[in-house]
Design a binder for this molecule. Structure first.
Ligand SMILES: Cc1cc2nc3c(=O)[nH]c(=O)nc-3n(C[C@H](O)[C@H](O)[C@H](O)COP(=O)(O)O)c2cc1C
Length: 224
């Protein structure tokens, strides 16, 4: 698989087969992903890899929290800008609509939408769940480095026949995660990531999200 194929076939997968992924595979992916560049070579990423019973325990604790606080809590950072403007608000709305349309869930059926959404907190059935954090002193530049690291993992996963879904849905549950994984207070919990083999038969995985055409966000200049 070349880089173009990895990019073209990466998409967020939201239903996984339970087939295990070896720790060795994950170690290989993470070690190579750490070749991702970072300003000043700070390598600001931190990751917890949860497999088997360790993952199940986080899922169990998260569900227990939901009983008293279905939303988990307030994330430690703004997942989206508080007032999301256009064209971003429409893009966000549309991908959500398209996702639920793959399962034939109409907008009014909030219960079924929620039923699907809560699968976030089971890592969508994936055998491996990752939790990413970053030192609080880090600034926008380092968060961007972390993004490059995440994408490197997601592309490398494709080479192993694996799929992924990054998950900010874990951010509101930072207290549960922090307590369970003993994440130091100096770190902000950014997101999770489900890693495993896609359930190709699941309708939700048929979604191929749209992209704005190049001309909408690129300016070429060739003359002064
Ligand atoms: C940092 C990050 C966090 C995300 N969090 C979630 C999430 O919590 N749940 C989810 O279903 N998708 C999540 N996504 C997936 C996005 O919705 C998805 O990347 C976007 O709609 C584009 O679709 P694609 O990944 O299939 O190309 C996240 C993506 C990123 C990069």
């Amino acid at each position: 698989m070349n880089v173009s194929e990895a990019l073209a076939t990466r998409k967020s997968i939201r239903a996984f087969r339970p087939d295990p992924v070896s720790r060795q595979t994950i170690e290989s992916i993470l070690a190579l992903a750490s070749r991702a560049p970072s300003g000043g070579n700070l390598q600001p990423w931190k990751v917890h890899v949860l497999i088997g019973a360790a993952k199940d325990e986080l899922v169990r604790r998260t569900k227990a929290r939901m009983l008293t606080n279905p939303r988990g809590g307030t994330p430690e950072y703004h997942i989206y800008p508080p007032e999301l403007t256009e064209p971003y608000a429409t893009r966000r709305f549309q991908v959500g609509e398209q996702m639920y349309a793959t399962m034939g869930i109409p907008r009014e059926d909030r219960a079924r939408r929620l039923q699907q959404f809560v699968l976030n907190w089971e890592f969508f059935g994936a055998p491996v769940g990752m939790i990413f954090s970053i030192d609080r002193q880090m600034q926008e530049g380092q968060w961007s480095d972390l993004g490059g690291f995440l994408q490197s993992i997601m592309l490398l996963a494709r080479e192993y026949g694996l799929h992924t879904c990054s998950q900010e849905a874990w951010a509101p549950f930072h207290e549960v995660i922090r307590e369970y994984l003993k994440v130091p207070q100096e770190e902000i919990i950014f997101c999770g990531m489900a890693v495993g083999y896609a359930d190709e038969a699941a309708p939700i995985n048929s979604l191929v999200s749209e992209r704005a055409p190049l001309a909408e966000w690129t300016v070429f200049r060739e003359h002064a």
